[in-house]
Write a protein that binds this ligand. Structure first.
Ligand SMILES: NC(=O)c1ccc[n+]([C@@H]2O[C@H](COP(=O)([O-])OP(=O)(O)OC[C@H]3O[C@@H](n4cnc5c(N)ncnc54)[C@H](OP(=O)(O)O)[C@@H]3O)[C@@H](O)[C@H]2O)c1
Length: 307
């Protein structure tokens, strides 16, 4: 479905940037907020690279976008965040092909996957949302730093990171597993890591920030509520953010030149709803980055992993 007039008006009123000649990479661009982010980027004139794990879903989404923007540059690349080999191959391909990138939106994520693991044997939610994005960032950022122009690098967190607790002794919540608990913790660690690298890259051409979509009615959003409540929520989806409204964080960040380490996303109803604004970055996101980096290295560099 094409962008609504309301979205177009918002973009106009909020000085949405002209992205002609720019390239935007979006992970998980075949669904939900990622798909709508791709649509908005195309509307603003960008070329879009859809980095997706499932080729069929990606091609189907690409065909829908192509029907709307017939002349636009839309490419699909394979990326499975739940497999370090796939992440490494994706990063290597970007470098080998000297892909020009202006904006990199790490949008892909998962929720509620009890008992499932990544290719390397990590619990799937932490393994995808934090370890996968960590691995990707470590591999891609050195390349982005070599580009001769400014680059925006955005990691997608969740407002639920505010409710998460740090426990490096039980990194994968094995002692008391809970779908919300591991998801919230994966996003807290992602936010802390992102803030840490944002500071590290502050004097380079790469500006690193975060976005969060609020509560959006997407496959992940519905799954988060659980089947029954999820379908009820879909029926009254007008009470929640549409994926399209949540995706406005992308042009908001590009247009507003926010400082490195910022978080942009809805603020109404405790951050669940509304158009994007600048959010406060919590102290627990701003601190402890080195300790998290050390723990992450320890976990990811072990020859075999227990989850
Ligand atoms: N919806 C919400 O209320 C909400 C709230 C807070 C944060 N978020 C965050 O917003 C982001 C977008 O979520 P969404 O709500 O738009 O969900 P969605 O519609 O379910 O989309 C998630 C996307 O991530 C992709 N993905 C999942 N695992 C992947 C992997 N291993 N490698 C590569 N891609 C993978 C999915 O691919 P497939 O289609 O192949 O599964 C899909 O394209 C996520 O990071 C999520 O955590 C969402």
């Amino acid at each position: 479905m094409a962008l609504t007039n309301r979205t177009k008006k918002w973009l106009n009123k909020n000085h949405a940037p002209d992205l002609s000649g720019k390239t935007v990479i979006i992970t998980g661009a075949n669904s939900g907020v990622g798909y709508k982010s791709a649509e908005i980027a195309l509307y603003l004139g960008a070329k879009v690279i859809m980095a997706c794990r499932n080729a069929d879903k990606a091609e189907a989404a690409k065909a829908k976008l192509r029907a709307e923007y017939p002349g636009a540059g839309i490419t699909v690349m394979t990326l499975d965040l739940a497999d370090f080999d796939s992440v490494d191959a994706f990063a290597a391909q970007l470098q080998q092909e000297k892909t020009d990138i202006d904006v990199f939106l790490n949008n892909a994520g998962v929720f509620r996957k009890p008992g499932k693991t990544t290719a390397q044997g990590f619990e799937l939610v932490m393994g995808t949302n934090y370890l996968g994005v960590y691995r990707l960032s470590e591999k891609v950022l050195p390349y982005l730093k070599t580009l001769p122009h400014k680059v925006l690098y955005i990691n997608t967190v969740s407002l639920i990171h505010k409710a998460a607790k740090t426990d490096y002794g039980d990194f994968f919540c094995q002692r008391h597993y809970g779908s919300f608990k591991i998801y919230a913790r994966s996003k807290l660690y992602l936010a802390r890591y992102t803030y840490c690298i944002a500071k590290k890259y502050e004097n380079s051409n790469v500006r690193i920030l975060m976005s969060h979509p609020g509560i959006a009615i997407t496959p992940l959003g519905i799954n988060a509520f659980g089947k029954t409540v999820g379908h009820a929520a879909k029926a009254v989806s007008v009470l929640f953010n549409s994926p399209e409204k949540s995706a406005l964080a992308l042009p908001f960040i590009i247009a507003n030149g926010l400082p490195a380490g910022s978080i942009a996303g809805p603020k109404k109803l405790f951050g669940g709803w509304g158009y994007p604004k600048v959010n406060r970055v919590l102290k627990r996101v701003k601190t402890g980055g080195e300790q998290l980096a050390a723990k992450t290295l320890e976990i990811t560099e072990k020859p075999s992993h227990e989850t």
